[in-house]
Design a binder for this molecule. Structure first.
Ligand code: GLP
Length: 244
């Protein structure tokens, strides 16, 4: 779906999430959301905060799982996705802290495999993801599933691609400060979600959006695996869709 303005698109995505939360609430069910960081979802989070404040949208029955976190990364660092999510969403809504899950960037190399398996089990124990919000990296990554990620990969630690680290360099004040690794949900974890919405804004994303939607499915562009998912929508602005 292509919109002239990402603001309108973000509002409609937030509305879909709000409607899902309300429908789950009315049935007394939990709503399990997979959430993303980066600049793309910020406006969606702003709209959700507005709906919480102005319409009383409650997140008390919402359980969240974030896609990824840098490794190593202290949760209190301003560069952490833990910090990002609290600043941009969680500090402004009524979600209980115990229902928030973000991969722990302080985990040691020895413990990381068990930690990732446990993260995966927690998602399964909640009945899987009802809705997964995604951005896309210029390498074609979703979460931090860099080129080479298998279609049924699970939550694991991964080495970041050079381009991904370059794109993050300005916010870290230099590429040398960008961590070399990350923990990410797998492509399989993401594509197990019942519903997926991928956001793409701006010219910088046009080339990878074209390859993702029109190209062959390939591990070299992990986002192409979304082509097989039965309930995925790419929500784009005119610039990101300009090469389609
Ligand atoms: C990071 C995140 C991804 C995100 C991507 C795009 O690499 N790990 O989940 O989709 O950046 O970020 P942005 O939305 O800022 O373009």
């Amino acid at each position: 779906v292509v919109f002239k303005k990402s603001s309108k698109a973000s509002y409609l995505v937030a509305k879909e999430i709000a409607d899902l939360i309300r429908s789950k609430n009315s049935k007394g069910e939990k709503c399990v959301l997979g959430l993303a960081t980066g600049s793309s979802p910020i406006r969606v989070y702003e709209e959700l905060i507005k709906m919480h404040k102005e319409e009383g949208l409650s997140f008390k029955n919402v359980i969240t799982f974030n896609l990824d976190e840098y490794l190593p990364m202290n949760p209190s660092s301003i560069h952490s996705y833990h910090y990002f999510m609290h600043e941009n969403l969680f500090n402004h809504i009524d979600i209980p802290e115990a229902q928030i899950h973000i991969p722990d960037g302080t985990i040691s190399q020895e413990e990381v495999n068990d930690y990732c398996a446990a993260y995966e089990e927690k998602i399964a124990a909640c009945g899987g993801l009802d809705f997964q919000l995604l951005g896309i990296g210029r390498t074609g990554h979703i979460g931090f599933n860099e080129p080479g990620s298998h279609y049924n990969s699970a939550t694991r630690s991964i080495t970041l691609d050079q381009l991904t680290r370059e794109d993050a360099a300005s916010s870290f004040l230099g590429i040398e400060n960008v961590p070399k690794k990350a923990i990410t949900m797998g492509v399989g974890t993401v594509t197990n979600a019942k519903r997926i919405v991928l956001l793409g804004w701006g010219h910088k994303k046009a080339e990878i959006i074209k390859q993702t939607i029109e190209g062959e499915e390939t591990a070299q562009i992990p986002a192409t695996y979304l082509q097989d998912h039965p309930n995925t929508t790419f929500v784009l602005d005119t610039e990101a869709a300009s090469m389609l």
